[in-house]
Design a binder for this molecule. Structure first.
Ligand code: NAD
Length: 365
């Protein structure tokens, strides 16, 4: 029986429209192969939304997102909007979307793709076999804590203030997502905090430790964030699943991303307790290469695969997309960001065509 899904597309800015087109083409082909009917609806977000409506996340967009089964987002932001006040910048749309949909968990895999191992700046023996999942808390912590702002003191001097705050329930719900993820992976969870300095981290460590009693099959360890940053580049293979707060997760997931060599290859999923999840590449809108057919669409395509796997429970279709990506890389097709001598240089559009060919060849079901 045909399964119907309503998918909201948020192409955003920069390379967003180019890469999301590739992902949609891929989904259409896989949809036919697996009897999935996608109804795509596009909405404005980020700079494109600011230009059209004055707001980075129009109420219409949030409503359309709420009424869908999953959301495929590209990226937002660009030089044009950099000087706007922070609540009107494209990135404010991302924060609004996460808060509006209650997306408190961000899952970012950083897995070495064997065909691209030479793209890593680290030695082959250090990164070979790396397969890390960073589970980042997304709607709490210092990005949302109050008070926040730039205030003037009695002497007229300005003070910038942000507040890192986590409640027990926020820690426990992200902890559960992370323990469950670790259970499905290598069975190891490392919780990252700064409990030697921050009280909020002491509570974090305490709650995660208590929660571990419910997951005796998962081996829990703790690490300070500064040590974790060092260990990620020194010996990344020691990590399986990492759980951490919003700010530390933002930084560590980018560091983990770069172990793989190209930010153009990494997908992510943001999930809530119920309702649609948002699936998007880790990279930004790459305004430096926008509109030049140079973007690597693979992170966006792999985000569509994550959408199928985690958002729509269609693991076989997700496998098919991931296999097509491997097949294309195996045949030495590369975009500029992952190019190396002897490989075939493709633009974004041609990479999409190569993927469709791989999907239709059916050699890797
Ligand atoms: P970026 O990820 O956009 O770009 C960093 C570098 O990686 C650039 O050289 C870019 O050309 C390259 N790159 C990124 N994605 C690529 C791809 N798919 N293919 C080939 N090359 C790729 O980060 P940035 O330059 O720091 O930020 C640019 C804009 O994106 C800013 O406005 C920033 O705020 C925004 N941003 C948005 C998101 C998001 O929407 N989730 C995330 C990060 C940054």
């Amino acid at each position: 029986m045909t399964q119907n899904y309503r998918i909201t597309l948020l192409p955003g800015d920069g390379i967003g429209p180019e890469i999301i087109n590739v992902a949609v083409d891929v989904l259409k082909v896989v949809g036919k192969q697996f009897d999935l009917q996608f109804e795509f609806q596009q909405a404005l977000m980020g700079g494109a939304a600011i230009d059209a409506t004055g707001e980075p996340l129009p109420a219409d967009t949030l409503e359309i997102c709420r009424n869908s089964d999953a959301i495929l987002l590209a990226a937002v932001g660009g030089y044009k909007w950099d000087s706007l006040p922070s609540h009107l910048r494209p990135e404010a749309g991302l924060l609004g979307l996460r808060a509006g949909l209650g997306l408190f968990a961000n899952l970012r895999p950083a897995k070495i793709i064997p065909q691209l191992i030479d793209a890593s700046t680290l030695k082959k023996e250090v990164v070979e076999g790396v397969d890390i999942m960073v589970v980042r808390e997304l709607t709490g912590g210092i990005y949302f804590g109050k008070p926040k702002g730039i205030f003037e003191t009695e002497t007229g001097e300005k003070r910038g203030v942000n507040t890192m705050v986590y409640s027990e329930s926020e820690i426990e719900r992200i902890g559960r997502v992370a323990f469950e993820a670790a259970r499905k992976r290598g069975g190891k969870l490392c919780s990252v905090d700064k409990s030697n300095v921050l009280e909020v981290s002491q509570l974090w460590r305490d709650r995660i430790t208590s929660l571990s009693q419910e997951y005796p099959d998962v081996e829990l360890s703790h690490m300070y964030v500064d040590a974790a940053a060092m260990q990620l580049v020194r010996a990344p293979k020691q990590f399986d699943t990492i759980v951490t707060g919003n700010l530390f997760g933002d930084i560590l997931s980018d560091a983990a991303a770069m172990l793989t060599g190209s930010i153009g290859m990494l997908p992510s999923a943001s999930l809530g307790a119920s309702g649609p999840g948002v699936f998007e590449p880790v990279h930004g809108s790459a305004p430096d290469i926008a509109g030049q057919d140079k973007a690597n669409p693979l992170a966006q395509v792999l985000s569509a695969a994550m959408m199928l796997r985690y958002g729509l429970n269609q693991a076989a279709a997700a496998d098919k997309i991931e296999n097509a990506v491997s097949q294309v890389l195996e045949s030495c097709d590369r975009t500029g960001d992952i190019m190396s001598p002897g490989m075939n240089l493709l633009g974004c559009h041609s990479m999409g065509k190569a993927l469709i060919q791989a999907l239709e060849s059916g050699t890797r079901d």
